[in-house]
Write a protein that binds this ligand. Structure first.
Ligand code: GDP
Length: 297
C-alpha cells in the first residue's frame, strides 16, 4: 500500500547512508526530497511540512551529523516521527467493547466498503476476541444492502437482526439493542445507510441513531484510495456526528497511502483498521510501528 512512497524514500536514504559523513546541508537536501515524496503520496501539505520540519530539527544537530552512522540515525528519526504521525502522542487505545452489549456504529459514504467492513470486523471480534456478535443493517433505502449483510453473516457465522419491513433506522437500532441484551451478545454492530455524498439527511439520521443507542465506538469507513478526500470526509463526519476511529479500505489497491499518513494529524482520530481486500479475513489492525517499518522498507 505504500510501494511508491517506500521506493522514493528508499532512494533518498540509500544515498544518505552510502555517503558516510553528512553535513547539515546534506540532511536538509534529503528532507526536501522526503517532502516531495510525501506530497506525491498525497499526504496533506501541512502534515508533510510539519513532518519534515520536526525531522530536520532533530536530524541536523551534531549528535547526528558527527555520529559514526549519521545516515542510519536520520532513518531512525524518520521512522520514529512516522510512527508518531500515524498514532499520535497517545497511541491507539483498544476498542471500547467491554460492558456488554457494546454498540458499535459503522458510518460512511455509500461504496466506501462499510457493509463489507462490518462483516470483517464482526468476524474478527468473533474469531480473535471470542465475542458473541450481532449485526444489524439500518439501510432502509436499499433492501439489497440488508440482504448483503445477512449473506455475509451466514458466511462468517455471525447472527444478523431479522429484517422487519417498514421500520425506521432508529426503530431498527433500538430493536438491535434490545435483541443484543436479551440474546446475551457482547457486541452489536450497526451498519448505517450511506449516501454518495455527505448531506444533511444522512447526518441527521446518523445523529438520531447515535442518540438512540449511545455507541461506544463510531467507526468511519473511508476509501483509502481517495487520499486527501478520505481525510476531508473524515473531518466532515466527525464535525457532524463525532467519530471515534477510522477504517481505511482498499489499502490493497494502488493507492499512494497519503490518507493513512494525514488522517491522525488532520482529524485527531486514530485509524483502527485497514481493509486489504474483498474477503472477510482481509482486515488488518492498524499497527503504526509495522506500518512505519513497511514505509521505510
Ligand atoms: P458500502 O456501500 O459502503 O457498504 O460498500 P460495500 O461494503 O458494499 O463495498 C463496496 C465494494 O468494495 C464491494 O465490492 C467490496 O467487496 C469492495 N471492498 C470493500 N472493502 C474493500 C477492501 O478493503 N479492498 C478491496 N479491494 N475491495 C473492498
Amino acid at each position: 500500500m505504500f510501494e511508491s512512497l517506500s521506493d522514493r524514500l528508499g532512494g533518498v536514504f540509500d544515498r544518505l547512508t552510502k555517503q558516510g559523513a553528512l553535513s547539515e546541508d546534506d540532511v536538509r537536501t534529503a528532507m526536501r526530497e522526503v517532502r516531495v515524496a510525501l506530497l506525491e503520496a498525497d499526504v496533506s501539505l501541512p502534515v508533510a511540512r510539519d513532518f519534515v520540519k520536526k525531522v530536520t530539527a532533530k536530524a541536523t544537530g551534531a549528535a547526528v551529523t558527527k555520529s559514526i552512522t549519521p545516515g542510519q540515525q536520520v532513518i531512525k528519526i524518520v521512522h520514529d516521527e512516522l510512527q508518531l504521525v500515524l498514532a499520535g502522542e497517545e497511541g491507539i487505545a483498544p476498542l471500547k467493547i467491554d460492558n456488554p452489549p457494546a454498540p458499535i456504529l459503522m458510518v460512511g459514504l455509500q461504496g466506501s466498503g462499510k457493509t463489507t467492513t462490518t462483516g470483517k470486523l464482526a468476524r474478527r471480534l468473533k474469531e480473535r476476541d471470542g465475542k458473541r456478535v450481532l449485526m444489524a443493517s439500518l439501510d432502509v433505502y436499499r433492501p439489497a444492502a440488508m440482504d448483503q449483510l445477512a449473506i455475509l453473516g451466514g458466511q462468517i457465522g455471525v447472527d444478523t437482526l431479522p429484517i422487519v419491513q417498514g421500520q425506521t433506522p432508529v426503530d431498527i437500532a433500538k430493536r438491535a439493542k434490545t435483541q443484543a441484551a436479551l440474546g446475551g451478545y457482547d457486541v452489536y454492530l450497526l451498519d448505517t445507510a450511506g449516501r454518495l455524498q455527505i448531506d444533511q439527511v444522512l447526518m441527521d439520521e446518523v445523529a438520531q441513531v447515535h442518540a438512540a443507542v449511545a455507541p461506544r465506538e463510531t467507526l468511519l469507513v473511508v476509501d483509502g484510495l481517495t487520499g486527501q478526500v478520505a481525510v476531508e470526509v473524515a473531518e466532515e463526519f466527525d464535525a457532524k456526528v463525532g467519530v471515534t476511529g477510522v477504517v481505511l479500505t482498499r489499502m490493497d489497491g494502488d493507492g499512494r497511502g497519503g490518507a493513512a499518513l494525514s488522517m491522525r494529524a488532520v482529524t485527531g482520530k486514530p485509524i483502527r483498521y485497514v481493509g486489504l481486500g474483498e474477503k472477510m479475513d482481509a482486515l488488518e489492525e492498524f499497527d503504526p510501528q509495522r506500518i512505519a517499518g513497511r514505509i521505510l522498507g
